[in-house]
Design a protein around this ligand. Structure first.
Ligand code: ARE
Ligand code: CA
Length: 476
């Protein structure tokens, strides 16, 4: 186990996935810090595959987003910038009060090509000065499948030791490999990084993850790094997310799916039924709140062919789902904000050579994390803290309302028409400023005023696809 007492759970984070380092730095200073985001998760910063030619047929994107998941070396020249820019970004973000979390690709190296963004050339299983064939499972005869790849996702020996979609699988149980990986992660820690999303963690046995983690230094926050494991649901026993909870937190993919089901559903008209989320979190079969990074979607699920997850194309519903997650408070909520895409492989806005250009909101970048309704709920989430959910009310369709202890009250409407509700807020009588539609200004409120009577009841109109939220501190 990783000794959870010495680590630090993140508060609300945002995944600025594939934003370049310059833009992340600027965003930390201008937006994330002031908005109260606790941290930012960034895309894999290590040197990676740089494709030089298109393949056959349907291969039409020279620099697909997934190049960055094919590690070539642990130098930090990447599509997102140089090592110097990375270092500067971390420094800038920390100065703005925003911690940096890194997507760590440590289970494998690349599975194709011979050239990289960092200028390092390689051939299969040979990375000069880093790894040779003896550092990989397949060439060492340790992958029990006919072609060296994972054919059976339910067989632990394959899932752990064979190549995931052809990506060369590292012998993470070996001392040499662990030393290289820990060296990489400790470099990031030295630069000020606070923790990691461990990519493809399901493809490493917990004991290997534990061994690597035990080699990691304390972060600049004075604690061991945050360690969240990408262990997707599915598979038996030792391959399930629950089997990894001793080793770290896990990514809450099932929760994201339940949110899609409630907000949008599969019905032809996608009416949804927000009231279905009255039971959410551990009570709904999800991993424990304190062990989970929760989110509406991520870079994989937003591209899900079956449409099992919400994404930015869902517009107001997508924003509302983020607001609901922040209101409910399950897990460590992570807002997902990246680039607009048409086909699954699409590159983020980039130069012809694949280097990602500065993020400009509305010009290829969605900037959902800047949405003022989401920013307001980041503040609300932090203010109510761990207070218990009480006074739950629902119309049994698309409107829910609840209090968090006596710290705050919120109502959310996933319907397409405004809805008037009369509910118990759990707050002392008085006039409160809705933090979503407005803010306090010179003793007044620029948005909706919620009037709470002496018994705690209020009559409130909740806008279509909207939220009304107040706290004790927003009392006028
Ligand atoms: C690309 C090409 C491939 C090519 C390969 C190597 O698409 O055709 O063979 O390169 O040359 C991402 C992309 C991949 C891409 C890869 C490398 O999604 O398409 O391959 O980058 O560039 C499983 C894993 C889980 C993984 C998901 C996608 O368990 O770890 O599949 N997610 C992470 C990242 C991905 C990333 C990788 C891992 C690789 O988030 O973005 O791939 O670094 C059930 C199972 C799960 C399974 C899931 C989906 O739930 O239980 O184990 O997840 O289904 O299949
Ligand atoms: Ca592996």
């Amino acid at each position: 186990g990783r000794g959870s007492r010495s680590t630090q759970e993140p508060g609300v984070t945002v995944s600025l996935w594939e934003w370049n380092w310059r833009s992340v730095a600027r965003e930390c200073t201008d937006v994330l810090g002031p908005a109260g985001y606790d941290g930012v998760q960034v895309a894999p910063p290590q040197n990676s595959l740089k494709r030089t030619a298109l393949g056959n047929g349907s291969d039409t994107v020279l620099h697909p987003w997934w190049e960055v998941y094919q590690a070539v070396s642990y130098d930090l020249t990447s599509r997102m910038g140089t090592e110097a820019q990375f270092k500067k970004m971390v420094k800038t973000c920390r100065r703005a009060g925003v911690k940096v979390y890194v997507d760590a690709v440590i289970n494998h190296t690349t599975g194709q090509g011979s050239t990289s963004y960092g200028g390092v050339d390689y051939t299969p299983y040979r990375y000069d000065g880093l790894y040779g064939p003896e550092d990989f499972h397949a060439p060492s005869g340790e992958c029990p499948s006919s072609d060296g790849g994972i054919q059976d996702f339910n067989a632990k020996a394959q899932v752990w030791n064979c190549n995931l979609v052809g990506l060369e699988d590292l012998r993470t149980g070996s001392d040499d490999v662990q030393a290289e990986i820990a060296g990489y992660l400790n470099k990031l820690i030295r630069y000020g990084v606070s923790g990691f999303r461990v990519d493809a963690a399901k493809h490493m046995p917990p004991r290997d993850l534990d061994a690597i983690y035990s080699r990691l230094n304390r972060t600049k926050d004075g604690v061991k790094p945050y360690w969240s494991l990408e262990v997707l649901p599915g598979g038996p026993g030792v391959l399930r997310p629950e089997a990894y909870l001793r080793s770290g937190d896990v990514l809450g993919v099932d929760g994201a799916r339940q949110m899609q089901q409630a907000f949008k559903s599969y019905t032809a008209d996608h009416t949804g039924s927000l009231s279905s989320l009255e039971v959410f979190g551990a009570a709904a079969g999800l991993t424990p709140s304190g062990k989970t990074v929760s989110f509406v979607t991520n870079h994989d699920s937003e591209r899900n062919d079956a449409g099992d997850y919400l994404n930015y194309k869902d517009g107001a519903t997508y924003v509302l789902a983020h607001q609901w997650l922040l209101a409910d408070g399950y897990g460590s909520p992570q807002v997902y904000s990246s680039f607009a895409w048409v086909t699954k492989d699409d590159s983020p806005p980039a130069r012809a050579d694949g280097r990602i250009t500065d993020a400009v909101c509305g010009q290829g970048w969605t900037c959902v994390h800047r949405d003022r309704g989401i920013v307001a709920m980041v503040g609300w989430h932090d203010y109510v803290g761990a207070a218990k959910r009480v006074n739950f009310w629902t119309d049994d369709a698309n409107v829910v309302a609840f209090s968090k202890g006596n710290r705050g009250w919120v109502a959310l409407n996933n319907g397409t028409a405004p809805k008037e509700v009369r509910v118990q807020t759990g707050l002392p009588g008085g006039r409160y400023c809705d933090v979503v539609s407005g803010a306090e200004q010179a003793g007044g409120c620029t948005g909706t005023v919620v009037t709470v009577g002496s018994t705690g009841f209020a009559t409130v109109t909740v806008p279509a696809k909207g939220v009304v939220a107040v706290t004790r501190a927003s009392r006028l």
